[in-house]
Write a protein that binds this ligand. Sequence first.
Ligand code: ADP
Ligand code: ZN
Length: 742
Amino acid sequence: MAVVQRKAAAPNGAGMARLRVLLPLPLAGAYDYRVPQGMPVPPVGSFVAVPLGNRGSIGVVWDGEADPGLPERKLKDIEGVFEVPPMTESLRRFVEWVAAYTLSPPGAVLRMAMSAPAALEPPAAKAGWRLSAAGQRARRGEGARLTESRRRVLDVMEPGEVYAPAALAAEAGVSPGVVRGMADAGLLESALLPPGERFPVPDLQRPGPELGPEQAEAAAALREAAAVRHFGVTLLTGVTGSGKTEVYLEAVAECLRQGRQALVLLPEIALSTQWLERFERRFGVPPALWHSELGSRRRRDTWRAVAEDKVPVLVGARSALFLPFPDLGLIVVDEEHETAFKQEEGVVYNARDMAVVRARLAGASCVLVSATPSLETLTNAETGRYAALHLPVRHGGAALPEVAIIDQRRTPPERGRFLSPPLVQAVRDTLAEGQQAMLFLNRRGYAPLTLCRACGHRMRCPNCTAWLVEHRVQRRLQCHHCGHAEPIPETCPECGAEASLTPLGPGVERVQDEAADLFPEARMLVMASDTIPGPAAAAEAARAIAAREVDLIIGTQIVAKGWHFPHLTLVGVVDADLGLAGGDLRAAERTVQLLHQVAGRAGRAEAPGRVLLQSWNPEHPVMQALVSDDLEGFMAAEAEQRRPGHWPPFGRLAALIVSAEDEREADRAARDLGLAAPQGEGMEVLGPAPAPLALLRGRHRRRLLLKTRRDVAVQPILREWLGRVAVPASVKVQVDVDPVGF
Ligand code: ADP
Ligand code: ZN
């Protein structure tokens, strides 16, 4: 283990220093440990190795006094201190804050801030290549003539420097085999790379793009906010394509000039290749990355480099908030309205809201960015808690797309079809003009429901309250909640009828089938999580679309986010009503946001864009808001609906999800919690009722909702409530403060 100090020979224990150590485990709080004789007392925040039970653990020296009353024999010694900069005070306060807000044990939150324990070890030196004496002579042009690719490798190498093999091949633009061959020929010799390489440093001298007048004004305000070096939140809004990214990159530049670190949170980092390219154009280097698909080696190296102040700017998913930045100066949350920022498992938190807290504790500037901000954020801007900046026009003068509704009642699709005649005609016209079109349907697979025509049986998931979704490509029925999958049966499992199972309703695969039939010449690309699983596929899709190798894009919600497709002029929404069903408080708000984002993909360059919404409900305020492009009016009306009943953001909400494998146990625990519900001025408990997914992964779920006025703090009420009710160990009660889907 990489410890600097080890305990000295067996001390007798009397009068030794005691410390509190928080362990990254779901325990109540910090444990007391003793500093053995001969070990300097590690400062607060130090990462330490400690015994726990009969194994070891790693923890962080926490603030506060150890309990002097604890008998000496109950205390164990700290075993060593890691050679990593101590966790900063602002991150320690953040861990505590998140724990208190979400009612999670601090250790469970600390775990998110520690990544892999191996990150605490100094990185092992890795093997690399260096020019040998023969290589240096060859580089000077002495000796035998070289092949062109070998020449290129020698050209990028400086004598004495050590190069990572893959990076060397990439930089020289040759295959790794060329490099190996040069080593075999004695031109290169192996050497160890210096550990802890710095992440690339952005070039701040590089000029950004010339900003339009509104952009320049907004960028100046954000630079100013970053330069004052204290906390503040700014909402940056603007129509799709108005160039918000270029504007906040100026704030990033200012933060780096201040010598502080910048963090940008994106909702779908693995698919954000276009964003990364743009960052690289601006700063000459790629940013450091943090997301769940990062390999464990990369994860460790990145965590450690952040702790050692070697990462000036990082782009990440929500968990990047817990990285140990020494002096965080700026947090940008792009697409702040996205539900992807909500973590629903383990510690349940919304990274958009926690970013504001992290910024406050770090004395940093926070920028929330969206073309369609959440009502929460809009309300904070209106009351003046957040500053607000707005970009009213598209960059380069492109017009916003024209939005129209296709009334499904008047021009319905043919039986068994999903594209109505006017939409088919519009796609045809667009393709004939040599432009690109997109069909949007927020549903993966072929059909959302499979039904027996003989007996009416519906294929459902054995573990969840959910229908199985047919995926024709894999020839399977899948549950989108638990991952259960089974082959499509030949006969109905209920009545045994043969060939009676029929798909009902469309998914993107079915729309693709229909489109292939209607537009046989069109080159199609389906963009859904199964066809675009990661960065490589996303980059390839973006390339093919930009190169006009695709005529028709058919996609789920992954096409809504951030893409810039300059040749796309028509967007057809196959089922605009899809998100409106169900009792979710934010169903209308979310549908407007999603459809507006999708619409914003059209007409981003010279040719104007057009958006067609297929709807059975054209009078719905959501449809009207999209047609008249009056999101502001829509959000104002939405606010007036929520205000009187104290619904968020005008009141507070917390959910208790009670779950158990045994349905009666879940019911009993939920009923007990309901009977013990808190009562008082300005609060109300709704339920128990079946949770939105009443069965999930084999667990029966019930829900209680605590709704309070805005000035009531829900955490103490929840704590007291949960403390009064004992539930069996087989029952799980999950607390979700500020739930998003209900
Ligand atoms: P938004 O995020 O507001 O939808 P983007 O930041 O994606 O808009 O900008 C839309 C397109 O315009 C992008 O391709 C971007 O590179 C380009 N762009 C924005 N501002 C400028 C500028 N000042 N100069 C050149 N190109 C710009
Ligand atoms: Zn399931």
